[in-house]
Design a protein around this ligand. Structure first.
Ligand SMILES: Nc1ncnc2c1ncn2[C@@H]1O[C@H](COP(=O)(O)OP(=O)(O)OP(=O)(O)O)[C@@H](O)[C@H]1O
Length: 291
């Protein structure tokens, strides 16, 4: 199952939600789709799930366009924060409808997750709390066993313990039934250990597509006396700077750094968490600043 975004542009009037976006994704990996509000993540996922069509360029799943293509769409499940479930139905009806659409549906997974999230199948959708509604979406996404399963911030209203239940269930499903999972989230540090690869989008353009490992190894946070830190920064891509009472902290991105080398030079050095890295890489100012 290969996914290709080819020179894809999606415009809403003068606004380009995605601009000449190209990206290839492989089967059976967990991708973290990251970026600030309005970066174009939802647009990208909707294009892949055939919910909207591109202005120019194309998205292809195994060489086929998903838009209006039932055969392709049976293998793509997009779960988002407002699932728009019919309010007058019971949970069991919503699950039944989903099971009819997705040929690889696992009722066993759905039943198990209903217990995990403590849901009663006879409950009416209109009586559910926000978190319970999110749980129904998550159950559909995982039980669909769709080869491409996409979660666009699916956890609205879910408390921390339910979110961790979701992450555990996602990993278990993935290990037992590998598939391509795309997860867009703003709670990055909670899930970044699940991501095999990270897609970072900024203002409708692809900024980075790298393995999580590479993303981490290419970044470093260094603290020490100002003059020493300044000397280290020369010619490097500094994406963030902080200075308090003669001590300077910088985050540098773009080269492979060994923590030990820096520690030997009398500097404190640690890896930068993905969430912090994403924030500073996508900042308006400070991007690709060279000292
Ligand atoms: N239907 C629409 N009509 C007009 N503009 C839209 C529409 N959908 C998206 N946009 C615009 O396209 C840009 C990208 O939006 P998108 O929802 O894809 O971002 P996002 O990365 O998912 O943001 P968030 O993290 O806030 O969900 C934004 O400027 C948004 O206002």
């Amino acid at each position: 199952m290969q996914i290709e975004f080819k020179n894809l542009t999606k415009a809403y009037g003068a606004k380009k939600a995605l601009n000449n976006f190209s990206l290839t994704l492989e089967a059976n990996k967990i991708y973290g789709l990251l970026g600030r509000n309005g970066a174009g993540k939802t647009t990208m996922m909707q294009l892949l799930a055939g919910q909207i069509s591109p202005t120019s360029g194309e998205v292809l799943v195994n060489g086929e366009k998903p838009f209006n293509n039932r055969t392709v769409l049976e293998d793509i499940c997009l779960i988002n924060e407002s699932n728009n479930f019919k309010r007058r139905l019971k949970i069991k009806h919503v699950l039944k409808i989903a099971s009819l659409f997705y040929p690889k549906w696992s009722q066993e997974t759905a039943d198990r997750l209903m217990k995990t999230f403590k849901l009663e199948s006879n409950l009416n959708m209109k009586g559910l709390s926000k978190g319970m509604e999110s749980s129904v979406g998550i159950i559909i996404g995982l039980a669909s066993r769709a080869n491409i399963t996409i979660f666009d911030e699916p956890y609205i209203g879910l408390d921390a313990s339910a979110r961790y239940d979701f992450y555990d269930a996602l990993l278990e499903e993935f290990q037992q039934h590998p598939r391509t999972i795309i997860l867009s989230t703003h709670l990055i540090d909670e899930v970044s250990n699940l991501f095999e690869e990270i897609i970072l989008v900024r203002e409708g353009e692809l900024m980075h597509h790298k393995t999580s490992e590479e993303m981490t190894e290419l970044s470093i946070q260094v603290t020490g006396p100002k003059d020493k830190v300044d000397a280290f920064c020369t010619g490097k891509n500094v994406i963030h700077t902080d200075e308090i009472m003669g001590r300077k902290t910088v985050i540098v991105f773009g080269e492979h750094f060994q923590l030990e080398d820096l520690k030997n030079e009398g500097l404190e050095a640690e890896r930068c968490p993905i969430q912090k890295l994403m924030v500073h890489l996508t900042e308006e100012k400070g991007v690709r600043t060279h000292v």
